[in-house]
Design a protein around this ligand. Structure first.
Ligand SMILES: Cc1cc2nc3c(=O)[nH]c(=O)nc-3n(C[C@H](O)[C@H](O)[C@H](O)COP(=O)(O)OP(=O)(O)OC[C@H]3O[C@@H](n4cnc5c(N)ncnc54)[C@H](O)[C@@H]3O)c2cc1C
Length: 388
């Protein structure tokens, strides 16, 4: 039985969800602004890049998105080096879990371009407007259009107007850190390794990207204390480049040689949030439903996992139930509960563990890292877990 579904939000999660629902024969409409993605320049990389887990890659392959991504813009992460703040270290390799990669690094713009293309090819109806309100299973847009919806999905990001309209209570906790992102030319090649340093001022990650004509390239995600981040973001480009060259040299101990800034520097506020995931005739997915610290690079992967779970419960529902039936929605919430809790617990816990300046704790956590590094079984579990 066809039951009208409106997916509100045209980010990566919303588009992936609408596309998958349409491919499963569901009556879905996408509601949100149409994006204009400029064509990619060879040496120019989008400032937002994502670590895509093997589970998300499989999902994107199943819905026909992965083959649309240009190979030259994808980077395999084959190893990970994680450094503590007092000499601790953990090395992870894809081969420890018999995999060819731990994750892929992909630009946001490439995923968006492929999704827009696929949504058009499959013919998903797309109303380029914004959600305004919902009453009696009817969605009203900013421009006054109305859409019938047995199920309204809020895929409309961290501020989720859908979540707010339904007055779904959300627990939020600002980390007091900003995610500072930028791309660099590195003197030494990354060799497919993602590098991460847990430091007092925040967690620094350098993710591998394809080489450019200027040399080797990496992308930085630095969860920096708000005061330090604001100072950095307010500087002119040349001062940012000097500041970052010096600070990264110190933080990375020259692991990739000199790092030269080659992109604008952007900052994103870091917040942990969780919502009830469902309401009356409403399901939330992606950042509308939850946000976690980016230290594990899992936020978008969680959103894609939500999309998969929601499509499963909708497709497998009994004939007499609508897509927004409370039982269907409870199945969705149940399907996600354990994984979301585990990821929140892991990312929040790691952040707290390393954010604490206590000397004995510093000693314990670095010793713990060295211990983990000597235990292949534990490392295999970590690699397997991170792969989704
Ligand atoms: C610094 C940093 C690094 C990160 N790195 C990673 C990583 O490596 N890997 C990873 O998996 N995740 C990562 N994340 C998390 C990731 O960025 C988010 O989880 C992901 O972008 C959320 O996607 P989304 O589609 O849910 O939301 P969004 O991308 O915010 O999309 C929401 C959409 O809703 C639309 N919208 C808003 N209001 C309305 C309305 N009224 N009506 C209709 N549409 C509306 C918006 O236009 C937008 O298109 C990182 C996050 C940060 C901050």
């Amino acid at each position: 039985m066809k039951s009208p579904i409106v997916v509100c939000g045209t980010g990566i999660v919303g588009m992936a969800l609408a596309l998958t629902l349409a491919r499963r024969g569901q009556a879905v409409t996408l509601l949100g602004p149409k994006l204009q993605i400029a064509s990619a320049e060879t040496d120019d990389f989008h400032p937002r890049v994502y670590a895509i887990s093997p589970a998300s890659q499989l999902f994107l392959t199943e819905i026909g998105i992965w083959p649309l991504l240009p190979e030259a813009r994808l980077t395999r992460v084959q190893a990970m080096e994680v450094y503590g703040d007092a000499g601790g270290r953990v090395d992870l390799s894809a081969w420890q879990d018999a995999r060819s990669e731990l994750a892929w690094i992909v630009e946001a713009s490439e995923l968006e371009r492929a999704l827009i293309q696929a949504v058009q090819i499959v013919g998903v109806p797309w109303l380029s407007d914004k959600f305004s309100s919902i009453a009696q299973r009817t969605v009203t847009t900013f421009s006054g259009a109305t859409l019938a919806a047995d199920l309204l999905v809020g895929a409309d990001g961290a501020q989720s107007p859908v979540r707010q309209a339904l007055q779904l209570s959300t627990e939020e906790h600002a980390y007091g850190h900003t995610g500072v992102v930028a791309h660099f030319t590195s003197e030494l090649p990354h060799l497919g390794a993602a590098l991460q340093w847990f430091r007092q001022e925040g967690v620094l990650a350098l993710l591998p990207l394809p080489d450019t004509s200027a040399g080797h390239q990496v992308s930085m995600v630095w969860s920096l204390r708000d005061d330090l981040a604001n100072t950095l973001l307010a500087l002119p480009f040349s001062d940012q480049a000097d500041y970052l060259r010096n600070h990264l040299a110190l933080a990375t101990q020259g692991r990739l040689g000199e790092l030269s800034l080659r992109s604008e520097v952007l900052g994103f506020p870091l917040v942990m949030s969780k919502s009830p995931m469902i309401g009356d005739g409403v399901a939330l997915v992606g950042d509308a439903a939850h946000r976690i610290h980016p230290l594990a690079g899992q936020g978008l992967n969680l959103g894609l996992g939500d999309a998969q779970a929601l499509v499963s419960v909708i497709s497998e529902r009994e004939d007499f139930r609508s897509a927004g039936d409370p039982m269907v929605l409870r199945r969705y919430r149940r399907a996600r509960a354990e994984h979301l809790m585990a990821m929140r617990w892991a990312t929040d816990g790691l952040h707290r563990l390393f954010d604490n300046p206590s000397q004995p704790l510093s000693w314990v956590r670095n010793l713990g890292m060295d211990l983990v590094n000597k235990l292949p079984f534990i490392k295999r579990r970590i690699v397997s877990g991170a792969s989704g």
